[in-house]
Ligand binder design. Structure first.
Ligand code: UDP
Length: 139
């Protein structure tokens, strides 16, 4: 199983604010290779499944509703140390605490609408990539 991959989504806020191109530029400039990518949307049901791990957290309902509010871009990315390096590139969950130059610092406005998702472990990167892409697409 590859451990040099991570999974990302450009979230509905960043898509609707016109940041897809800039965010993809930052991702590529940071050395990530795009393995698979699609422009799509989540329904309340599929967003609920994707974020099932957060089902008991107080923000779950709002998170599901936000993530199903408009189109997203889902992608599998490859780079040495992908999960950790991508988490550094996106910055803290709360954009007001994200380091200058990070994607959330540059493109996110709030802790809920925070522009991008990045997997938090190799195991979750694999699970999340499989959620969006079939075996053929993940080559
Ligand atoms: N989130 C939220 N309110 C919070 C914490 C998180 O709406 O107080 C949302 C936010 O969109 C975040 C997602 O839930 O990206 C998942 O939370 P997590 O703590 O896993 O943060 P991440 O790994 O995305 O930085």
């Amino acid at each position: 199983m590859a451990t040099n991959r991570t999974f990302t989504m450009i979230k509905p806020d960043a898509v609707s604010n016109g940041h897809i191109g800039a965010i993809l530029n930052d991702i590529i400039a940071a050395g990530f290779k795009i393995i698979a990518m699609k422009y799509t949307s989540l329904t309340a049901e599929t967003a609920g499944q994707f974020y099932a791990v957060h089902a008991e957290r107080p923000f779950y309902g709002e998170l599901v509703s936000f993530m199903s509010s408009g189109p997203i871009v889902a992608a599998i990315l490859e780079k040495d140390n992908a999960v950790e390096d991508f988490r550094k590139l996106i910055g803290a969950t709360d954009p007001s605490k994200a380091e200058p130059g990070t994607i959330r610092n540059k493109y996110a406005k709030s802790i809920d609408a925070n522009a991008v998702h990045g997997s938090d472990s190799d195991e979750n990167a694999e699970i999340e990539g499989r959620f969006f892409f079939n075996a053929f697409e993940r080559h």
